[in-house]
Design a protein around this ligand. Sequence first.
Ligand code: ATP
Length: 296
Amino acid sequence: MKKLLFIYNPHAGKGQIRAKLADVLDTFTKAGWLVTVRPTQGKSDATYTAAWLGGEYDRLVCCGGDGTLHEVVTGLMEVERRPEVGYIPAGTTNDFSRNLKLPKGYDALAATAAEGIPRPVDIGRFNDRYFVYVAAFGAFTDVAYDTPQQVKNMFGHLAYVLEGISRLGNLKGYQAKVEYDGGVLEDEFIFGMVSNTVSVGGMLGLPADTVSLDDGLLEAVLVRTPRNPMELQGVITALMKQTTDEAAGVLGFHTSRLKITCADETPWTLDGEYGGAPKVAEIAACRHAINIVYGA
Ligand SMILES: Nc1ncnc2c1ncn2[C@@H]1O[C@H](COP(=O)(O)OP(=O)(O)OP(=O)(O)O)[C@@H](O)[C@H]1O
């Protein structure tokens, strides 16, 4: 019998999955799976469980928010023979799930996770860590790690932070050398983001269908430190319009890898969680690292 490992975060979102658990497990079983269930017991539990047990299963279904998906995928990257992944979004933020065109409601989600056909997606490597859809530094990310997880909100939030600053001197910039497929940039940046999600397509001025999760490419957005009030206004305008504007210092490009060398330790967020504060961030797309079930 094919084996399915179900990892769910009982506290994700408002904990609604708990009331649906019996139906979800029944759906998996009726689809022919022999099911093992792991309610996560705390931080990193999903990572350890996926890393230790993932290789013994044909399919791993993850239920929770972006944080739980991040933990599961991080664990699976340690596994040689990775199971197919199904995802039932159940968190307060389920930004990544938008990419998968999943149905609504737990019954349909469980059926899709059990029977849907998986497709390959790229996973981001960040030094010795991983991210599913976004790695970012700067502006708000060094203050606290309650980063607005929805990628689009990041730009809105950044514009809001920038509008609120009374003096340009209050802005913390990061002197950085950025090496990528298209060349080398050396400048001071207040914000940088590398992502693998269609929700950033608009920001790069690209139609969403040119941002693909399985093309071996990541999308990068860098915001240069504005040096005067006019430049600051240009950055805010670009961010509000959610578009890159090279003249205004809001740069965007596709790349398969990126090396960001900062003069100082720079705190990063990976999928909305604290990702450490390295001086050098080596980022790369791990092409087709995970096979995940899509809804359509
Ligand atoms: N049993 C548990 N008790 C407390 N925290 C847990 C437990 N299991 C998992 N977690 C943690 O909860 C965090 C958030 O999980 P998740 O993203 O699934 O939910 P969420 O509702 O979307 O929360 P948020 O959007 O605020 O991150 C994860 O990073 C995980 O480490």
